[in-house]
Design a binder for this molecule. Sequence first.
Ligand code: GAR
Length: 202
Amino acid sequence: MPSRLVVLVSGAGTNLEALLEACEQAGYGAEVVAVGADRDGIEGLERARRRDVPTFVVPLADFATRESWDDALAAAVAAHEPDLVVLAGFMKLVGPAFLARFGGRTLNTHPALSPAFPGMHGPRDALEYGVKVTGATLFVVDAGVDTGAIVAQTVVPVEDDDTTASLHERIKHAERAMLVDTVGRMAREGFRLDGRRVRLGG
Ligand code: GAR
């Protein structure tokens, strides 16, 4: 049986699209059973709808507290019985209720080489710092901001004439390949957490 993936998005959804395409390949080992978002009207949701993948939206503004939003998000994800949850450009931090249910099997992809440049502006912060290489990090989500155990990283050069946008595009190209490759391996081979070290292959 392929691993059941629920993917959460907040924006363009190009990482989601790469996963959707990969899941159509025989032998990939995973299927996207639902796509969730914290806002409607985004291209990420349209990419799912075009392929008849079920979607759900849980906006933070609909809830009195962050805790009740987190509960509702966890319940919406749980309804699709995922083996793995993938945050692919999901611009909210999941909270304790979510992690109680999905901790250890929720992945996030971040556009920087952790532990450098956590937070919402990885490409901008790397460019401003003046690093010569940066990249993307796939990690197992914990309670911190981009602090979870690292599953995979990919490296790209920073060019002299880069803008934040051009650098982020280069990162995203490498990021999509890393995400597809690593999630497929996790689905097919399993993985285990040994402290901060993630080992593929069960
Ligand atoms: C990706 O680069 C992802 O790493 C980043 O947003 C982009 C989403 O692109 N996520 C974060 O910065 C989370 N802190 P996409 O919507 O085209 O997949």
